[in-house]
Design a protein around this ligand. Structure first.
Ligand code: C2E
Ligand code: MG
Ligand code: MG
Ligand code: MG
Length: 293
């Protein structure tokens, strides 16, 4: 009868759901243990000015040296960490590690290394859930104090959807900007934010997603140009993400984009010194990550 068949389906569904929940609990536990055991590490990818490729800053990107799994990329554990307050623990670790490593690196730089112009910054990705948590402002203050890093040198990258999905994040964002920390809107062009809404964004920088900058569709270049012009009109500087080809740099220069980040300049890697070796608009022959690492 239909009834028993229906019950059978429910059992199959229950089974699949239970397995999914078990896997999630297992991964959460492994992340928790991994944090305690020091299995996480950061790679750093330079952000460069498109005019002449001088170093502007670095983005810290988390990796996990998971026993039995090798170097594990964020897409395979961040979504699970974001389902609980575990993302706040991980985010706190990333903030502490990135600011400390960056502050130490700044100290090793001699006067000769310093580029004229604005100082080099360190950017950290912050999940919406962490930004909405009561601890975020303290977490950032603690990291800055421990590293003795001026707040202006820290950039927090948040996605455009955070302000819609996490209304509790808005006052925290204001408090962080009052501290002097910079805010960057990540992955612009993948969410629902319209160009007009850029005027209401409480931020300093806009990062245009690689899916938009790299698009070959007719009109895509004009759209990038529009975004750059609107961002500038509202006082935001613009970084183009995922730049892999020389022609993209020329196009970005044409539309007045400020900065870029991508494999063309450097891959994310463990050392912060890569920026010193940046060859203007050429891919350095570095021993960094390869796709599929
Ligand atoms: P994202 O913040 O947009 O970071 C940029 C991603 O693009 C990084 O992937 C980077 O390795 C990759 N990328 C850089 N240049 C190129 C290029 O030229 N071509 C291509 N195809 N890719 C490029 P990754 O490191 O795998 O990170 C993925 C995402 O995971 C990040 O996207 C960010 O949303 C998240 N994530 C990374 N680290 C953290 C973290 O510490 N905390 C949180 N909450 N999220 C993080
Ligand atoms: Mg980012
Ligand atoms: Mg991004
Ligand atoms: Mg992205």
């Amino acid at each position: 009868r239909a009834k028993s068949a229906g019950r059978g389906r429910v059992e199959v569904f229950d089974e699949a759901l239970r397995r999914q929940l078990d896997e999630r609990a297992e991964l959460e536990e492994a992340i928790r243990e991994g944090l305690a055991a020091g299995e996480f590490l950061l790679h750093y990818q330079p952000v460069v000015r498109v005019d002449g490729a001088t170093l502007e800053g670095y983005e810290a990107l988390v990796r996990w040296n998971r026993p039995g799994h090798g170097l594990t990329m964020p897409d395979s554990f961040i979504p699970t960490a974001e389902k609980s307050t575990l993302i706040c623990h991980l985010g706190r670790w990333v903030l502490g590690e990135a600011t400390l490593r960056f502050a130490r690196w700044l100290q090793t730089r001699t006067m000769d290394d310093e580029e004229p112009g604005s100082p080099v910054t360190i950017a950290v990705n912050i999940s919406g859930r962490h930004l909405a948590a009561a601890s975020i402002v303290t977490d950032v203050k603690n990291a800055l104090r421990a590293a003795q890093l001026p707040p202006e040198l820290l950039v927090l990258e948040i996605t455009e959807t955070v302000l819609i999905d996490e209304p509790a994040a808005a006052p925290h964002l204001r408090a962080l900007r009052e501290l002097g920390v910079k805010i960057s809107i990540d992955d612009f062009g993948t969410g629902y934010t319209s160009i007009g809404q850029l005027q209401f964004l409480n931020a300093d920088t806009l990062k245009i997603d690689k899916s938009l900058v790299g698009s070959q569709r007719p009109g895509a270049a004009e759209l990038v140009e529009l975004v750059v012009r609107a961002a500038h009109a509202f006082g935001l500087s613009v970084i183009a993400e995922g730049i892999e080809h020389e022609e993209q740099v020329l196009a970005l220069q044409r539309v007045g984009c400020d900065s870029a980040q991508g494999y063309l300049f450097a891959r994310p890697q463990e050392s912060l010194d890569v920026g010193r070796d940046l060859v203007p608009r050429r891919s350095p022959p570095s021993a960094g990550e390869r796709p599929g690492d």
